[in-house]
Ligand binder design. Structure first.
Ligand code: NAP
Length: 288
């Protein structure tokens, strides 16, 4: 790894807590692979200190930061500009600091990360695709925008149906002519028929609660569907194991994580991201 010098460029991730983030290992491995004199650091910032932290990092010459829970929405009023994608999702996970002016530019690479990973896995999304999206939080918001922009019909199934309905209203407001509806969990069997893709965007199944799944036990998976779990710790969640057992294609969320990181890396450095190196670094960190 290059020595830290006066030329070293700094980026990082702001979260609270942030110690479980895989992003430092992922980005630092990428910098090392390309011989870039950059470093990526985890920064635990309490919610009430977000404004001073963001402005302080810009003033200290950082090139950018990622935002994770709980800062993705609260950061928006602090930014000088946001991309259309961040506006549609109403959350930013990546900021670039402009060196000359100190201006803060925000975007959201979660959408790109998810859609790029579907593409990398050869999962086509067309106007014929019906998708069951489990969850209506921040991840579901980014994923639903990506799927609807690609022309899919999206059915959002959430524990609190009111929250799903709010998301549907926002999507109809921000995107014109899209096919999206909210349904309660007890309607899953009725609406899942003919679905080509099922996406879990809830934390259910995440370590240490590895025996939980967002898919109701008594509902059969739709025939031939691909099952995608955004959870990546563990790599094979109960949802994915159940989908495997039903003979379905089952994809874990590590690729989304890597590809949202790759999009941020490319934005900051102007270099193509070494996706394989980033994936290997994440898998190694998960094993440890
Ligand atoms: P969030 O904004 O807090 O939303 C959580 C969603 O999960 C809500 O819809 C919530 O339902 C639902 N939920 C939570 N606990 C539940 C339970 N016990 N039973 C049923 N539903 C439950 O979180 P988020 O930011 O969207 O993240 C969700 C998950 O996505 C994360 O835990 C992470 O594993 C994954 N993720 C992965 C990536 C990646 O790159 N692979 C990126 C982002 C997120 P209610 O509305 O009813 O509360």
């Amino acid at each position: 790894m290059t020595t830290i010098t006066g030329e070293t460029q700094l980026v990082g991730v702001i979260g609270y807590p942030v110690k479980h983030s895989l992003s430092p290992q992922m980005h630092n491995a990428a910098f090392e692979a390309l011989g870039l004199n950059w470093r990526y650091v985890p920064l635990a910032v309490r919610p009430d200190r977000l404004p001073e932290a963001v402005r302080g990092l810009a003033a200290a010459g950082f090139r950018g930061v990622n935002l994770t829970v709980p800062h993705k929405v609260d950061v928006l009023p602090l930014l000088d500009s946001i991309t259309d994608v961040a506006r549609l999702i109403d959350a930013a996970n990546t900021i670039s600091f402009e060196a000359e002016t100190g201006a803060l530019h925000g975007t959201n690479t979660d959408l790109d990360g998810f859609m790029r990973d579907l593409d990398a896995n050869g999962v086509p999304i067309t106007h014929e695709s019906k998708v069951i999206l489990l969850g209506a939080g921040g991840a579901a918001r980014a994923i639903s925008v990506g799927l609807l922009q690609a022309g899919a019909e999206v059915v959002i199934v959430n524990r609190s149906v009111d929250r799903a309905a709010e998301l549907v209203a926002l999507l109809h407001h921000n995107l014109h002519g899209v096919k999206v509806q909210a349904v309660a969990q007890d309607q899953l069997a009725r609406v899942s028929e003919g679905a080509a893709l099922i996406v879990n965007a809830t934390p259910l199944g995440m370590w240490p609660h590895v025996d939980a799944s967002s898919w109701a036990e008594d509902v059969p998976f739709p025939a031939g569907a691909v099952v995608y779990d955004t959870v990546y710790r563990p790599a094979r969640t109960k949802l994915l194991r159940d989908a495997d057992a039903a003979g379905l294609r089952a994809i874990g969320g590590i690729g989304m994580l890597v590809r949202q990181g790759a999009a941020a890396f490319e934005l900051w450095t102007d270099h193509g991201a070494p996706v394989d190196v980033m994936m290997a670094a994440c898998l190694k960190a998960l094993r440890e």
